[in-house]
Write a protein that binds this ligand. Structure first.
Ligand code: AMP
Ligand code: ZN
Length: 469
């Protein structure tokens, strides 16, 4: 598989460190608000990456953190605390906010058929490990104390900016946001490992530490959670492009300083979903969520389809018009599959043709995850005369391992089967009642089924039923 690596700024052949287990880490949500469609775009592409790896035969272990502490408004540790901001906004405790938005996040990703990571780790569950990690960095001389906080000194690292390829001045401009800047840092890029002197008086999440009661900085969680769950080296670390200059750069600096080893082989970054105003953001008040598009009558999977038709390294502009076109195309795709599902044919199977389509599909994904082309292969496959319908359905099921668009609507078929079984049982019960001349019971069964939209027809060959409306 070919994959773009931010670290080398080129497309590379993907070769895992150990073929027996691909280790993958994805930066998770900060749970102070609902995920917006931009965040969800990222998780869809990451889901495709993981499923593609599995599709081509690699076992995968994926770890994701849930940021419920330490993330300030600016990724460079300035500004307000995001969790506190959420708590103030809603008049709740930070713990309640974290729980509510974590649940909401998992509801959203389930609706989008995004597989949950193998390990989901809440940042607040790893406090002891952060303390151990900071002590290690301290011992090696990478840290300093200022105004009660423990900072990481970026000048102690060789090639601090290797991921972004920027120089420090460029980096400063890239990460500058409209927030108060911490004057206690020796260098503007230094970042906090442990806060003891919070500027937020009502900071609710606090733990004891060798440096005083406080809480961890944001970047540390991804380093430590991955070290604990994936070991000292991993294959792929994912996140949005916004994380290249600060968050991931800091993750690399501290992790590699701690272990003395190269940490991540491939850095994978997804581009932004943008709206009319440019960057989509949660802090600007109104923002686009999955429930908003549902309220407007869209199927969440139309959004997945919309995203799959874009390339993860290109910006994608969101509008309700383009979502409507995607829903249109997605509905057509589903009805095409449904028509095949309902029409068995007795054409001879053509194994070679089937293999050809599967190969084509795989090739698109192996080409730096070209999902849009993979979907074109799906459409071509559904149209072709070279395959019989049962082969087509097998191939749809195969492609669905990655696309996850509910094209075979298995749930509905299952419900349908259950319903059919129930109807057959009721018919039998009615026949028994009739045999026992209990016509009242027989009639009540007929009425009960009718209420569910099922009409019974007594024929000489037995009882038939059909669904009305
Ligand atoms: P957050 O919850 O803000 O930490 O973001 C979660 C993920 O969404 C990160 O990987 C971000 O890089 C990514 N992200 C944030 N905004 C956007 C956007 N507009 N489009 C795509 N991804 C985004
Ligand atoms: Zn992270």
């Amino acid at each position: 598989m070919k994959l773009y690596n931010t670290l080398s700024r080129s497309i590379e052949d993907f070769k895992p460190i150990d073929e027996n287990l691909v280790k993958m880490y994805t930066c998770g949500p900060t749970v102070y608000n609902y995920a917006h469609l931009g965040n969800l775009r990222m998780y869809i592409h990451e889901d495709v990456l993981e499923k593609t790896l599995r599709y081509i035969g690699y076992p995968v272990k994926r770890v994701m953190n849930i940021t419920d502490v330490g993330h300030l408004e600016s990724d460079a540790d300035d500004g307000e605390d995001k969790m506190l901001k959420g708590a103030k906004r809603e008049n709740k405790t930070v713990w309640e906010i974290a729980q509510h938005y974590t649940d909401a996040f998992f509801t959203d990703i389930e609706k989008l058929n995004i597989k949950k990571a193998d390990v989901v780790a809440k940042a607040t569950d790893y406090i002891d490990k952060y303390i151990e990690f900071i002590k290690g960095l301290e011992k090696k001389g990478f840290t300093y104390m200022a105004n009660g906080n423990v900072y990481f000194d970026i000048t102690k690292v060789e090639n601090y900016t290797k991921l972004s390829g920027m120089d420090l001045d460029q980096l400063r401009t890239a990460s500058r946001e409209d927030v108060d800047v911490d004057v206690h840092k020796k260098n503007p890029q230094d970042f906090v490992l442990w806060f003891t002197k919070s500027k937020f008086e009502n900071q609710a999440m606090k733990w004891d530490s060798p440096w005083g009661v406080g809480y961890p900085g944001w970047h540390i969680e991804c380093s430590v959670i991955s070290l604990v769950n994936l070991g000292e080296q991993m294959d792929i670390h994912c996140g949005g492009v916004d994380h290249i200059p600060v968050h991931h750069t800091n993750e690399i600096a501290q992790t590699e300083s701690y272990t003395g080893k190269e940490w991540v082989k491939y850095w994978w970054h997804g581009e932004f979903l943008i709206d009319n105003d440019g960057k989509m953001s949660k802090s600007s008040g109104e923002f686009l969520t999955l429930s908003l598009i549902e309220k407007k009558g869209f199927n969440p999977l139309s959004y997945r389809y919309f995203v799959l038709n874009s390339h993860y390294r290109k910006q994608l502009a969101f509008s309700f018009d383009s979502l409507a076109s995607a829903e249109n195309a997605y509905t057509k795709l589903k009805s095409r599959v449904k028509a095949i599902l309902e029409n068995a044919d007795n054409k001879e199977a053509n194994e070679q043709a089937a293999e050809r389509y599967k190969e084509e599909f795989k090739k698109c994904l192996e080409d730096d995850l070209n999902t849009a082309n993979a979907i074109t292969v799906l459409f071509d496959m559904l149209k072709t005369d070279d395959l019989n319908n049962s082969q087509k359905l097998d191939i749809v099921a195969d492609f669905e391992k990655v696309l996850s668009l509910d094209l075979l609507k298995e749930e509905e078929i299952e419900i349908h089967d259950e319903l059919a079984e129930y109807i057959e049982q009721m018919i039998q019960k009615r026949q028994d009642a009739k045999k026992n001349k209990d016509y009242q019971l027989a009639d009540s069964i007929r009425a009960e089924l009718l209420e569910k939209g099922i009409v019974l027809e007594d024929t000489r060959q037995g009882v038939n039923w059909k669904k009305i409306n």
